[in-house]
Write a protein that binds this ligand. Structure first.
Ligand code: ZN
Length: 190
């Protein structure tokens, strides 16, 4: 089932989601929610979707950066962003830590701030401890674009949006991004 995407201004996007227990994760309702979030993300299309974006204040997000999204991008853009395909997966109750001091600035967008993008500085490398959809503990070490997606999604679970972190003078509509900014190629939102 495709779910409605909540837009900025709704308080649910500004609350910290609550953690899920092992029993809840394995329950039919959360399993169904995960399936609906996967469908909603794919249809958007997006590379990530956090539960607060569909009105559920929970520590749960889905992520997927399929090769079809990357194959149509110019190679220099893929290289600059260190972007490579990420298989569909679920993060629950994540704890993120930044690795090293390196960061990068790129335009990013959000399915909950539809139609806009801005430059956001993000850490280049992160470490995430979380549970998967089977309530098993997993460890993720990510770099580049995948690290950016994780930071963006985990921000959602804590009630933060990219507009809290953006370089405000770069905030632009998608149309004007293509018209006025040389990076032109629009990224998928999350
Ligand atoms: Zn978002």
């Amino acid at each position: 089932m495709k779910l409605k995407l909540i837009q900025t201004g709704d308080p649910v996007l500004r609350q910290r989601g609550r953690e899920l227990t092992r029993e809840e994760i394995l329950s039919g309702s959360i399993q169904n929610l995960i399936e609906s979030m996967r469908e909603t993300m794919r249809e958007a299309p997006g590379v990530g979707l956090a539960a607060p974006q569909i009105g559920e204040s929970l520590q749960l997000a889905v992520i997927e950066d399929p090769s079809e999204f990357i194959s149509h991008l110019p190679e220099e853009e893929v290289v600059a962003r260190e972007r490579s395909p990420v298989d569909f997966h679920v993060i629950i109750n994540p704890k993120l830590s930044v690795v090293g001091e390196s960061s990068a600035e790129f335009f990013e967008g959000c399915l909950s701030v539809e139609g806009f993008q801005a430059v956001v500085r993000r850490a280049l490398e992160v470490h995430v401890e979380c549970l998967n959809e089977r309530a098993e503990p997993i460890t993720i070490n990510a770099r580049g674009w995948y690290a950016r997606i994780l930071q963006h999604e985990i921000d959602h679970l804590d009630g933060h949006l990219y507009i809290d972190r953006m370089n405000t003078r770069t905030f632009t509509t998608n149309e004007n991004l293509v018209q006025f900014w040389k990076t032109a190629q629009e990224m998928e939102s999350s």
